[in-house]
Design a protein around this ligand. Structure first.
Ligand code: ZN
Length: 412
């Protein structure tokens, strides 16, 4: 049997098993007693509801994994890739066009397979807990917008990478350089050209909140080119806030749901946290790390892309580059996972630093704590995740850890 095939199948099974173990530990880690910090926020009924939400989601994820694992393995072993490759080859003699057909069919298949899960998650689970605001129309339109975006951005990028690997020496360097430039451009244009496709951004109206935000950012010497309210309520009652853009195009977007549920002081805490990410250089660090890891990926890709054994593992004769790029994704999964772990460790550290920045600059850690509590309760977040779950997946520290760190500022 092909060594690559054994390795990839073992990886798929390992990942499934790991997630089974972690999810089981995580669900068992719930406490029936409300953590002290949340005494005033939760009553027994609402706390029990948050635990049912966790259990429903965990069960759902597990069912999805239990279906996807055999489906993926069957697709590989029964020659699914070779079948798609034959269709791609029959449509054109040109490698890049074949690649676009190959990638396009794979994308449509994965959309179709994923659809029932995403329908169930949105219209059954989220609905049951009162989060869902997505209408059938928004749901369908979102899918088509996503596909359109992939066609307009993803297809040309895929074609470019194929062209580079088929015609340039040191292709991995060139591919990395071009992709990096494209990524940076996308980061710049996303706030004005991509995000508005999915949400409506309205400048925050004049008033107490806007004045407070302007005053605070001015005090921090932080130039905001825009303060926006976005219609998060179009899809869900869950709330959020984020920064987009760079340099002089930095804009803050606050979900309408966030504005509704929080006081001005709490919102300033949230804003201060986001400004903290910029001031502490987190955003730049993240971009640099992502550039370096992409470089590593392309280098390793260049070592495997010509190995006919890798293609044979998926039942394909020859070495059609477009298929190789997809197959490499399976092979690269463990390195990707390790890099992802390092990324979340760093991200959790950044979160503590941004919280500290917010506490120091607003001098109101209590407001930040109130905001965190409300956010957790409104989103029915798991207050007591298992440490292994946190280590493997959490980009933010568990909320009780963040509150504990903020309490230290209160005492000073
Ligand atoms: Zn943050």
């Amino acid at each position: 049997m092909n060594g690559y095939l054994i390795f990839i199948l073992a990886l798929l099974i390992f990942n499934w098993l790991l997630s089974l173990i972690v999810e089981t530990l995580n669900v068992r880690n719930v406490s029936t007693k409300i953590p002290e910090e949340f005494d005033e926020i939760y009553d027994d009924e609402k706390y029990a509801k948050s635990q049912r939400y966790l259990k429903d989601n965990t069960r759902f994820d597990q069912v999805q994994a239990n279906i996807m694992l055999p489906l993926t393995i069957a697709f590989i072993l029964l020659g699914g890739f070779s079948w798609i490759n034959n269709i791609a080859k029959s449509t054109s003699d040109h490698m890049i066009l074949q690649g676009l057909v190959f990638g396009g069919i794979l994308m449509v298949i994965s959309q179709i397979v994923g659809l029932p899960f995403s329908i169930y998650s949105t219209f059954v689970i989220e609905e049951k807990y009162g989060f869902n605001k997505t209408t059938t129309k928004t749901f369908i339109v979102d899918i088509f917008k996503g596909l359109l975006l992939t066609a307009l951005l993803g297809a040309p990028i895929f074609a470019l990478i194929l062209w580079i690997f088929s015609s340039v020496t040191n292709a991995w360097l060139w591919a990395w350089g071009s992709l990096s430039i494209i990524q940076l451009i996308i980061l710049f244009i996303a706030p004005v050209a991509i995000l508005p496709l999915f949400n409506k951004f309205t400048p925050l109206e004049d008033g107490e909140l806007r004045t407070a935000i302007e005053e605070f950012s001015k005090k921090q010497n932080f130039t905001l080119s825009g303060i926006f309210k976005i219609d998060g309520s179009k899809r869900s009652t869950k709330s959020n806030a984020y920064f987009t853009g760079f340099g002089n195009t930095k804009r803050i977007a606050l979900f309408d749901t966030l504005i509704e549920n929080h006081s001005t002081e709490e919102l300033i805490g949230v804003l201060a946290h986001e400004i903290g990410h910029c001031k502490k250089g987190h955003i730049k660090q993240t971009i640099v790390i992502s550039l370096i890891s992409t470089l590593l990926m392309f280098f390793i890709l260049s070592l495997f892309i010509t190995q006919s054994e890798l293609y044979a593992a998926f039942g394909i004769e020859g070495t059609p580059l477009y298929a190789g790029l997809i197959f490499f994704g399976f092979l690269y999964a463990p390195i990707n996972m390790i890099l992802g772990l390092l990324g979340t460790i760093l991200s959790r550290k950044h979160e503590f630093e941004a919280d500290a920045f917010a506490a120091e600059t607003t001098k109101a850690p209590g407001e930040m704590i109130k905001a965190l509590k409300k956010l957790s309760a409104d989103n029915l977040s798991n207050l007591t995740p298992h440490p292994m779950k946190v280590f493997l997946e959490y980009s933010h520290p568990p909320v009780l850890d963040r509150i504990k760190a903020l309490r230290a500022f209160e005492r000073n």
